[in-house]
Design a protein around this ligand. Structure first.
Ligand code: SF4
Length: 331
């Protein structure tokens, strides 16, 4: 569990709940732990985070994935300062109106930090509720029904404790495989348990895999141990993150004409690395062919690009796919 869990009788600060919940979206507690500690140490308040340049936030986020969350985190910190004087609002509508805060995060912050009557429904809660009531509809279509059923279980007071207890029940007792039903406080009411088919819930619609996209990545190494980097556009996948120059990524990418998209350097000799660097995004898998070229110390960076010291690459806001590309090229 993350350190935002308050001690008995204490209320968890909304900033801590919000930060951890944004980080935990699509990411495990184990991965989030060190990032959460780093963010709280660097930016102990929402004001400090709001005052920091976006680039610093993206750098600190690098490696955690789903970078839109980092941009929204920063935008939300600014909005809390500008709209609410640096204090998270104790009102569900105002919470939902903040950048990057959807139903789930609003319910988590609202219930855990302010005891508002809301139930945050994450994957753990979905599992408990669908088993308890034997919900036959498949996810994600079943989400509104699960929310309604979860809300029907909510007590009138201590909604924050209830929300955390429900999430903990799903994480530790009502586990995906072999749930410990004998320890569950609802075992006499659970429909799936009575039928003995708990593990078949929640029902899930079959997954549709995205089509493979291909592209090229160009690693230009300067003789003084620098590598050419540029920033991705603000909007879209990996927005505002750092990358090596590359081609577009498409289903019908033609590796034969990949060098048309390479940065132009006089006399640069491109070497194609064997194999491809692969990465799986939420909606599609990607395979990149990596080309490497060495250029002299005097080479100038093309417009929109810059040279970065190889020794300091770990401090750059490079997404995992680009770290894989650089690892392959610098090996
Ligand atoms: S009885 Fe078992 S399946 Fe039902 S909610 Fe409890 S742990 Fe989950």
């Amino acid at each position: 569990m993350l350190p935002w869990r308050a001690r008995k009788g204490e209320r968890t600060p909304p900033y801590a709940v919000w930060l951890s919940e944004i980080m935990l979206q699509q990411t495990t507690v184990k991965t989030v732990g060190p990032y959460y500690a780093k963010f709280l140490a660097k930016w102990p308040t929402v004001e400090a985070l709001a005052q920091s340049p976006l680039d610093d936030v993206l750098r600190a986020w690098a490696g955690l994935g789903y970078y839109a969350r980092a941009r929204n985190l920063h935008a939300c910190a600014i909005a809390v300062v500008e709209r609410h004087g640096g204090v998270f609002p104790d009102d569900m509508e105002a919470l939902r109106a903040l950048p990057g805060i959807g139903d789930y995060t609003a319910a988590a912050v609202g219930s855990i930090a302010f005891d508002l009557p809301a139930v945050p429904v994450d994957g753990n809660v979905e599992r408990v509720v669908t088993r308890l009531f034997a919900v036959e509809e498949a996810l994600p279509a079943a989400k509104p029904e699960i929310k309604r059923l979860a809300t029907s279980l909510m007590p009138e007071s201590r909604t924050g404790d209830f929300a955390q207890a429900l999430m903990d029940l799903g994480a530790t007792i009502c586990t995906p495989k072999k749930p410990a039903c004998a320890l569950c406080p609802w075992n006499d009411k659970c429909v799936a348990r009575a039928r003995g088919d708990q593990e078949t819930y929640p029902r899930k619609a079959p997954k549709r895999e995205g089509r493979l996209r291909r592209g090229a990545a160009f690693v230009v190494l300067r003789a003084d141990n620098r590598v050419l980097l540029r920033q991705r556009p603000e909007k879209g996948l990996l927005g505002a993150m750092t990358e090596v120059p590359g081609s577009d990524w498409s289903h019908d990418f033609d590796v034969g004409s990949a060098l048309d998209a390479a940065p132009k350097f006089a006399k640069a000799k491109w070497r194609k690395l064997p194999g491809e660097v692969t990465h799986v995004f939420t909606h599609f898998p990607l395979a990149l062919t990596v080309f490497v070229a060495q250029v002299p110390k005097t080479a100038k960076a093309p417009n929109g690009a810059r040279w970065a010291e190889v020794a300091h690459l770990r401090d750059e806001a490079l997404p995992n796919v680009m770290r894989k590309v650089l690892a392959a090229a610098l090996d």
